[in-house]
Design a protein around this ligand. Structure first.
Ligand SMILES: *Cc1c(COP(=O)(O)O)cnc(C)c1O
Length: 367
């Protein structure tokens, strides 16, 4: 190689995204309208109408830079979570917030702790700054919080916890997380990634923003990409006390959330009816696909998100067969789960398409 790149960059594997509908259409000669994409945990309802209108209005003023401090969006988040605006970090997707945290708190020679089978971005963000990953084996496919605590070393700077977790869909209730937070040393930043929080049944939801007041080392991360239906716009945010937020703000690109995204996020966050409808559709769809998997004799991990991890035996072969039926799901061999597929919950008709195609792929009658 003629040019230099750090070994830790050369050792990284790029993020593998879900296959886009347009790509499958091109490759297999299918009509885009006949393709069902259940690969990226997107909201099957698409984006809310309220956000569309806000975007149209904002689109008239794109000659100017976005508000670098996101005043109005932070005001909306601040009102909702009852914490000051200078406790909020906006991100170009919550991915961005995760990366900003890695840059702000780690350097080569230091380490991050996260779970086996947790979100791929934790590994990427850790490696991108030359830090070392301490990967803690799961316990029954879920984060082993005790083992994660025990894995923290003197050079550990961040512990990443996804709750519910992707790709496993597992969840730890409030008391377990609260206990964990109390026991992590205060010099270690806990990144609590709650991308699927709004999909929890009301009885399981808890107000993690309250914990931010108690723990100066806690960063709660949320996204507009899932229940709020704005995955294509890239908006997420972090909630943490001012000192931690200030450090992240030094690393953040000044205009990391564009004007249209800021406007849409404000509308979407206020659209309770859309969120409720999204929750209900997911609740019913999740029950349907899980019972379908059971009828097909497939093992799955009961999910607390908008997707399910299901054991299909030969993940690559079944993925390929589903593609031929026009259904895109997510292979997870790169997570070390070659027998499994991660399948997002869709609209009722999409779930039926999936179950029929899956039945065909595994040679069983449609459930
Ligand atoms: C989908 C997801 C996100 C959201 O990523 P964005 O960059 O906000 O689209 C974050 N964390 C986890 C665990 C996810 O599954």
């Amino acid at each position: 190689m003629k040019f230099h790149s750090p070994d830790y960059v050369r050792s990284m594997a790029p993020y593998q995204a879900g296959k886009p509908v347009s790509e499958l259409a091109r490759e297999y000669g299918l009509l885009e309208s006949d393709i069902v994409k259940l690969a990226s945990n997107e909201n099957p309802l698409g984006m809310p109408e309220s956000a569309r209108q806000a975007m149209m209005a904002a689109a008239g003023d794109l000659g100017r830079y976005p508000d670098a401090n996101g005043f109005e969006l932070k005001a909306a988040i601040s009102a909702r979570y009852k914490l000051p605006a200078d406790w909020i970090t906006l991100g170009n997707g919550s991915n961005d917030v995760l990366e900003i945290a890695a840059h702000a708190f780690m350097q080569p020679g230091e380490s991050a702790v996260y779970s086996q089978y947790s979100f791929a971005v934790y590994a990427l963000a850790t490696k991108a700054v030359g830090a070392r990953a301490i990967v803690v084996p799961v316990r029954e496919y879920a984060h082993d919080l005790e083992a994660m605590l025990a894995a923290i070393t003197d050079d550990t700077r961040i512990v990443f916890v996804a709750n519910p977790n992707n790709p496993t869909g597992t969840f730890h209730p409030a008391d377990r997380i609260a206990d964990f937070l109390k026991r992590v040393p205060e010099r270690v930043v806990v990144v609590l990634d709650e991308a699927y929080n709004e999909y929890l049944e009301p009885g399981l939801r808890f107000d993690s923003s309250r914990w931010v007041h108690e723990h100066p080392n806690l960063l709660v991360v949320r996204t507009l990409s899932k229940v709020y239906g704005l995955a294509g716009l890239r908006v997420g945010f972090g909630l943490a006390q001012a000192e931690l937020t200030d450090l992240m703000n030094r690393i953040r690109q000044p205009f990391n959330v564009n004007s249209i995204a800021q406007a849409a996020a404000i509308a979407s966050l206020a659209d309770d009816a859309f969120v409720e409808r999204s929750y209900q559709i997911n609740r019913e769809g999740l029950a349907r696909v899980q019972s379908g998997f059971a009828k097909l004799g497939l093992t799955y991990i009961p999910s607390f998100g908008n997707f399910v991890l299901v054991n299909v035996g030969d993940g690559a072969a079944v993925y390929e067969s589903l593609l031929r039926s026009g259904v895109i799901v997510r292979p997870v061999a790169n997570y070390g789960l070659p027998q499994w597929l991660r399948i997002s919950v869709g609209l009722p008709e999409e779930n039926e398409r999936l179950l029929a195609a899956l039945a065909k792929a595994v040679g069983r009658p449609a459930p």
